[in-house]
Structure formats: structure tokens, C-alpha cells
Design a protein around this ligand. Structure first.
Ligand code: SF4
Length: 398
């Protein structure tokens, strides 16, 4: 199937001869291009289902439940994050927010604090917004149909399909990054999978491959295969249930699929932040945090101030060497310089003498876990607190 423009989405013509799958649905016939791949791998789904039963994952903390709330939290956490990293976050999150009502009643700050370190913080903001919407619009009953799920913040087509498949066995196709990789290799699909036309072809293919039954095992099997066998680097083709019909393997071109994102240099940005320090009454170090605006980079998270807060005066002499850190975002690279200064006068908020409210807060080392902090900011703070702990006891410090 040829596509116009620079990207090409093509299902390999060099596939084994078509065989008819027993029980194959007639609705899969008649779509040129896509149908070629399906006929070439008629038992794609049955092999995957059988493999999942024997070799797939069955004991993950979010499995064994049809409760859409639990499935939803796991699916959101698993976006762009591997299972091993998600498990401890998921367990802490579910212990604190066991149901949608508890999550909706919590503050966004607390949700972000439980998310701190997982990255892609828009996911946490969407979780909180979705919980509030479910309480307001669905009377606290979490939807389990994909069409309703897609109306909630942060739930796209693939995530909605996964939740609906696991919660009620809905026959809906998933197409996350792992699945795109499996399909691109198995059907030798040319073109970057994120390109709209390639993606549209893959959705059509993913839907045409759906089995008529066992949708949960099939969906889990696709996820498991992409995560444990058809991995980005060093796929284990000898252990793959799809190896016999895999076009990339047959042509010894596994490394060629999926096509990488077209190269373009990410722009670089620079920012100077203030790592402002003061001493509590007991001599312990405190650093000043500022909450980011709700939208934009690190929206709603706590960071270091970009500007000196009103009325606050700092020592002209640095409290330590400037700290430098580079952090890569999807669309740009951020170079951070953190200037360290002692605060010599902090008049706000009036009457308190310390900043305990609003969007500025003093934070001690023991309080770091209470704040939703982007990983680079946490690293800068850890560095500052560690340096202070290593300070010789005899040396006076502020
Ligand atoms: S044979 Fe290899 S490349 Fe093909 S789907 Fe299986 S693991 Fe992926």
C-alpha cells in the first residue's frame, strides 16, 4: 500500500502465501493492503493467546481485577514507563487512593507528590481531573466502555481500549508503542509509526487482527510480547510465537523496523533558577520552592524560583558553586543553572516570617517527599542538602 508524501506505510508484499483462518470473520475481508497482512498471518491472534497463557505475565499487581479504576491507574502509569518502575508507584498510589472518590477528594499537590519521580506529570494532573469528572458526571462510577472512557482527560484511544478489554472484555484494539513495534516488524511496515498515515494504517491493521474471543488474553499477550520478547533492542525472535510468519525476521531486517522518528535537532533552552537557602531555628537547612503554573513545563509541580520573590533579599556572595544540569524533554533540551544564595531577609508572608502558604514554601530535606518535584529539581535539592550534611561541623554556616 503506497502512501503519498515522504512517509510510506507499506505492508510487506514478501509474505507467506495466504491461508484461511478457521473461524475467521468475513468482516476482515475486502480491505486492500491490510487484508494482505492478515491473510498472511491467519493464526496471529490464536498463537499470541496460546503463548500468553503459557509465557505471559499473570501476577502483576493490577491483574486479576475487572475494576476499571484499578486498571485505569495502571494503564496511565504504564504509558512511557516500564512495569518494574511502575509497580512500587502503583502500590503506594493504590494504598493512598484506593478508589476514585478518594482520589477526587485529594489535593492535586498530594497526587503530584505520589507521582514524583515517574515523569510525564501531565498524566498525574489528568488522573486527578478524571477522578473529579467521574464523580461529577458519572456519579462516582468509573466507565468501562471505550467510547465513554475516551471522553475523560488523558485517556486516548489505545488506553481506552485496554481498560475496556480488561474490565469487560470489549473487543477493541490497542496500539501503544510496544504494539506498534510488534506490528511494524511482523508485517514489515515502512515509515515512522507516529506519522499520521502510517498510524492510520496500523489502527486498521490492529482492528483487523482482533480475535472474536479471548480479547483479554490477546490484549495482554500483545503487551507482554512487546515488553518481554519483541523488545526495542535485542528481540528474542527464537522465543517468539509469531516468528514463523514475521516478515522482518524472514528478511533478516528486524533492526530496520519500526522506522525511527525523522531526525530533527531538538532546540536548546537555558534557564537560571535560584536555589535559595535559609536556616530554621534548629539550624537545619531549608530551600525555597515555588509552585509552577498549572499549564506548561512541569505544570503544577514544585520547582526552584526563576525570579527572586518580592521583598526577599539574598546575600551577594554565593552560598556554594552554581549547579549545572541538562534535562532532555521530548521537544527540547533544557540547560539549568542553579545559583545558590543565602536569604538574609524574608518578610513574607506578613506576620509569619516564614513562607508556609501559597505558591512559595520552605522545604527541609525530610519534607522533600511531600512535594511533587520534577526529577531534575529533586536532583538539585538532593545535591544541596547532601553538601550541607557533609559540611564540617566546626564551620559556621547559614
Ligand atoms: S520474530 Fe522477532 S521481530 Fe518478529 S515479531 Fe517476533 S520478536 Fe518481533
Amino acid at each position: 500500500m503506497g502512501l503519498a508524501g515522504g512517509q510510506q506505510a507499506r505492508l510487506s508484499p514478501a509474505l507467506p502465501p495466504p491461508r484461511r483462518q478457521a473461524g475467521a470473520s468475513s468482516r476482515r475481508q475486502g480491505k486492500a493492503g491490510i487484508i494482505t497482512g492478515v491473510q498472511a498471518a491467519p493464526d496471529f491472534s490464536s498463537r499470541l493467546i496460546a503463548w500468553q497463557g503459557r509465557h505471559g505475565r499473570h501476577d502483576l499487581p493490577w491483574q486479576g481485577s475487572r475494576e476499571p479504576y484499578r486498571i485505569w491507574v495502571s494503564e496511565i502509569m504504564l504509558q512511557q514507563t516500564q512495569v518494574a518502575a511502575v509497580i512500587p508507584y502503583y502500590q503506594r498510589f493504590m494504598a493512598r487512593f484506593p478508589d476514585v472518590a478518594t482520589l477526587a477528594a485529594a489535593t492535586l499537590d498530594e497526587v503530584l507528590a505520589h507521582w514524583s519521580g515517574l515523569g510525564y506529570y501531565a498524566r498525574a494532573r489528568h488522573l486527578h481531573a478524571t477522578a473529579c469528572q467521574v464523580m461529577a458526571v458519572h456519579a462516582g462510577r468509573f466507565p468501562d466502555r471505550s467510547e465513554l472512557l475516551q471522553e475523560l482527560p488523558g485517556i486516548g484511544r489505545s488506553t481506552a481500549a485496554a481498560i475496556a478489554a480488561f474490565a469487560r472484555g470489549e473487543r477493541a484494539a490497542i496500539l501503544d508503542g510496544n504494539v506498534r513495534r510488534v506490528l511494524a516488524r511482523h508485517f514489515a511496515i515502512e515509515g515512522f509509526p507516529g506519522a499520521p498515515k502510517v498510524q492510520a494504517a496500523m489502527w486498521q491493521l490492529a482492528e483487523s487482527l482482533l480475535p472474536d474471543t479471548d480479547i483479554e488474553a490477546y490484549t495482554q499477550g500483545l503487551m507482554d510480547l512487546g515488553a518481554t520478547v519483541c523488545t526495542r533492542a535485542r528481540p528474542r525472535c527464537s522465543a517468539c510465537p509469531l516468528a514463523a510468519s514475521c516478515s522482518a525476521r524472514a528478511s533478516d531486517a528486524v533492526a530496520r523496523y519500526p522506522a525511527p522518528r525523522p531526525a530533527h535537532a531538538r532546540p536548546e533552552r537555558r534557564v537560571m533558577l535560584w536555589l535559595l537557602r535559609s536556616r530554621a531555628a534548629d539550624g537545619g537547612l531549608r530551600c525555597l520552592l515555588e509552585r509552577r503554573p498549572p499549564a506548561g513545563v512541569w505544570g503544577g509541580l514544585w520547582s526552584l524560583p526563576e525570579h527572586l520573590p518580592d521583598g526577599l533579599r539574598v546575600d551577594a556572595i554565593p552560598a556554594g558553586p552554581a549547579l549545572h544540569l541538562t534535562h532532555g524533554f521530548t521537544h527540547f533540551v533544557l540547560h539549568i543553572t542553579a545559583e545558590q544564595r543565602h536569604v538574609v531577609a524574608d518578610p513574607a508572608p506578613a506576620g509569619h516570617g516564614v513562607r508556609e502558604h501559597g505558591d512559595l514554601r520552605w522545604c527541609r530535606q525530610a519534607q522533600l517527599a511531600e512535594f511533587g518535584l520534577p526529577a531534575p529539581i529533586r536532583l538539585l535539592l538532593d545535591t544541596a542538602f547532601a553538601a550541607d550534611s557533609a559540611r564540617p561541623a566546626s564551620r559556621p554556616g547559614r
